[in-house]
Unconditional design. Structure first.
Length: 79
């Protein structure tokens, strides 16, 4: 699934689920090293677990962040 982000430096998140768990996450744009780390950490998690850990994280004074956008993308995939 491709998710177009809002309010963050990354512009797109590509997510693949396999057998109900996160198989891969790729961000386009944003802080490359940090987002590679987030992608590696959520691999193998269920979407629900990743959402519970990432939802609501803010970046500075923004009301969202790249991890929060990933949580929102996952929510849209499972709803």
């Amino acid at each position: 699934m491709r998710y177009m982000t809002q309010g963050v430096c990354s512009s797109v998140i590509d997510i693949e689920l396999k057998d109900g768990v996160i198989d891969s996450v790729k961000f386009t744009g944003g802080c490359n090293g940090n987002l590679q780390g987030v992608s590696a950490l959520v691999k193998g998690m269920t979407p629900e677990e990743a959402i519970s850990r990432l939802k609501g994280i803010r970046c500075g004074f923004k009301s969202t962040s790249c991890p929060d956008q990933l949580a929102r993308a996952l929510e849209s995939m499972i709803s």
